[in-house]
Design a protein around this ligand. Structure first.
Ligand code: SAM
Length: 218
């Protein structure tokens, strides 16, 4: 298996533009040609999207709310956000992902004149700028080690005026063990390395930002 040593962005970009794009398009799609593991990922991911949508809509209407979907993939979150009336800025490091998301969004949102098409852009999240009410970044941090993730979290937080929602693969004893076992069997399906993050590390990264922003407000 190829490793994304030190969070090598170029390897991640290459992977998600080519082989990884084909693989993930299938996982995030609705066809039957997925194996058991891929099906589990598909179901788990749909649940995550559902939870995020619930978290956001429970707090009030999304109509007119600006949302940055960083690392948007095939648009599985951007499209439901736009359907709720949010003004979505969606971006991804992979041009293949962005084209696919754009195609899907056009298909699903066409003719709905009261809704805004998400604004799609090819960009790594570190290069994003602007201010958004809400910034969401789902299942991207898993591709980077904690030392890279800290900076990514700090940058995303600097774009958010109100909320930042992140997902990460928790480093628990069980997953750590599972991952180590998986690494003993290098296979074609594991083209990028997956990094687990401990909840404490992610919390520390967020806490540091909170303290900084409190200082700024003083
Ligand atoms: N967030 C989407 C979702 O939940 O449906 C896609 C998740 S997919 C597992 C990971 C995505 O992160 C890929 O589309 C990949 O191209 C993108 N990605 C990886 N590193 C990135 C970076 N540094 N900046 C922006 N996007 C990145």
């Amino acid at each position: 298996a190829e490793e994304v040593g030190g969070g090598d962005k170029e390897v991640v970009r290459e992977y998600f533009t080519n082989d990884g794009f084909q693989r993930w398009k299938k996982i995030y799609g609705d066809t039957d040609d997925v194996n058991k593991v891929q099906l589990d990922i598909r179901i788990g991911h749909a649940k995550t999207v559902e939870n995020v949508m619930k978290m956001l809509t429970d707090e009030g209407s999304l109509r007119g709310v600006t949302v940055c979907d960083a690392g948007c993939g095939t648009g599985l979150l951007s499209i439901p956000l736009a359907k709720e009336g949010a003004i979505v800025s969606a971006s991804d490091i992979s041009s293949s992902m962005v084209s696919e998301a754009q195609k899907k969004a056009t298909g699903e949102l066409q003719g709905k004149d009261d809704l805004q098409m998400p604004k799609f852009e090819v960009s790594d999240l570190e290069s994003l700028n602007g201010k958004y009410d809400t910034v969401v970044c789902l299942d991207v941090l898993i591709h980077y080690p904690q030392n890279k993730a800290d900076g990514m979290i700090a940058h995303l937080a600097s774009l958010a005026e109100n909320r930042l929602i992140l997902s990460f693969a928790p480093k628990t004893l069980y997953y750590d063990l599972l991952k180590r076992i998986g690494e003993l069997f290098p296979g074609p399906s594991k083209a990028t390395r997956a990094y687990l993050h401990s909840e404490a590390d992610i919390e520390r990264a967020l806490q540091k930002l909170f303290l900084l922003s409190m200082k700024r407000d003083d």
